[in-house]
Design a protein around this ligand. Structure first.
Ligand code: GUN
Ligand code: ZN
Length: 431
């Protein structure tokens, strides 16, 4: 793909988050140069226009260009159980989620849902995600195949559960190992795809299955692991019964050697300082799922404690426990969860968290999450006047912080005007 260019307002975040501006790089009249699906340069139009030559220039003036959003934790097979209320996590899993996941023994169903799911991510400006499948290997083939066709960078994996789950969703330690290994060989590193070993959570994996997960990671450097951790009080009591020797839920995983770099743990609500210290030292990351945590009544993620202890976190939708695919809605909920604990979330931190920090949490910040030269050209054009109220509120905003705060508080998919994946347009535009 030859050189092409976009002119518009640019916002992205540098590697160093120090200071109140969160490393924000803001260019009011900017130019983004893209070649072969990668960013060549980003900076002031004045300075870069000489490099245009005869390259086509897309006029995105009046829109804000930002790296595509990254969803650190989302379940594609739960698309059709979004908005299913329940008194708590375990009831919701039993009554809503497990019956739905059984439907993915039909590859045709998996393919239809996977396509809709990826379109929904893109409509919301999400260009990369850590994706959960079901226990069925064909559910992984479905979403990987669809993401490959779109050119999206996703990390996904087959769910592993060998106990405390219904027949039809149960594997074994041996079949979890063999199935995951076959899928790693089929998909990991193919185009932009990555594989994540995906034990559902400690209650549904036997010690033998958790040990098999560690073996898979040892044997396949570069592969990710994703799981759930410390989401709900009943779940915590259950883990304490199942792993009586473990000091804590975190320690139950640690005993199997599962805390490492490239591991993403959803929720991490009910942790103590020792847990956070251990997770941080291991280079693990938390996926903070605010709409899910509010919807299922799970609790409030303590971001200030995580920051204090150097534990990385990134926002995530956690659909279908979460109630929105929109990372803007997710950031608004994240703000409210922190506010309930007397903490703050600035817009600059929020947008940093969903681009640069998320890329870093996934170990992909050399590929995505910013406009640095060489990064893959996944980006969004955001319309800060997409609705009458958003237009009215942003018109009187004096600073970038204030405009972005209005965007995350009032915005949703309507504010996502266009999306590019590796420089290719993804969102059908109404003319
Ligand atoms: N814990 C174990 N499985 C799940 C799941 O599917 N969703 C959420 N939110 N928590 C879980
Ligand atoms: Zn989840």
């Amino acid at each position: 793909m030859p050189l092409s260019a976009w002119r518009g307002e640019l916002v992205d975040f540098g590697g160093d988050a120090a200071g109140a501006d969160q490393g924000c790089r803001h260019v009011v009249d900017g130019l983004l140069l893209v070649e072969d699906g990668r960013i060549v340069a980003a900076g002031p139009f004045e300075r870069l226009q000489a490099r245009l030559g005869g390259a086509p220039m897309h006029d995105a003036r009046g829109l804000l260009l930002m790296p595509g959003f990254i969803d650190a934790h989302v379940h594609y097979p739960q698309l059709d159980v979004i908005a299913s209320p329940a008194p708590g996590l375990l009831d919701w899993l039993e009554r809503c989620t497990f019956p739905e996941e059984r439907r993915f023994d039909d590859p045709g169903h998996a393919e239809e849902v996977a396509r809709f799911f990826l379109d929904e991510l893109l409509r919301n400006g999400t260009t990369s995600a850590m994706v959960w499948c079901t226990v069925h290997e064909a559910s992984v083939d479905a979403v990987m195949g669809a993401a490959r066709a779109q050119g999206m960078r996703i990390v996904a994996g087959k769910v592993l559960m060998d106990r405390n789950c219904p027949e039809g969703l149960r594997d074994t330690a041996a079949s979890a190992y063999a199935g995951s290994r076959a899928l790693i060989e089929r998909w990991h590193g193919v185009g932009r795809l990555g594989y994540a070993v995906t034990p559902r959570f400690a209650p549904t994996s036997s010690p033998a299955q958790l040990a098999a997960c560690a073996r898979l990671l040892d044997e396949h450097p570069g592969v990710w692991l994703q799981s759930h951790l410390a989401e709900n009080a009943d779940e915590l009591r259950w883990v304490a019964e199942l792993f009586p020797d473990a000091r804590s839920y975190t320690d139950a995983y640690d005993r199997f050697g599962l805390l490492r770099e490239r591991t993403v743990w959803a929720h991490g609500i009910h942790l103590d300082d020792a847990d956070r210290e251990r997770l941080a030292a291991a280079g693990a990351a938390i996926a903070f799922c605010p709409t899910s945590n509010l919807f299922l009544g799970s609790g409030l993620f303590d971001a200030a404690a995580a920051d204090r202890q150097g534990l990385r976190w990134a926002p995530a939708s956690d659909v279908g426990g979460g109630s929105s695919f929109s990372m803007l809605r997710t950031l608004a909920a994240a703000h409210d969860v922190l506010r309930l604990q007397g903490q703050a979330l600035s817009a600059l931190r929020a947008f940093r968290s969903v681009t640069r920090d998320a890329a870093q949490a996934l170990g992909l910040d050399d590929r995505i999450g910013s406009f640095e030269p060489g990064r893959e050209a996944d980006f969004v054009a955001l319309d800060l006047a997409a609705t009458p109220l958003l237009a009215r509120r942003t018109a009187r905003a004096a600073t970038l912080e204030e405009r972005l705060f209005a965007l995350m508080t009032l915005g949703d998919d309507r504010a996502v005007n266009q999306v590019w994946v590796a420089g290719e347009p993804m969102k059908a535009r109404e003319e």
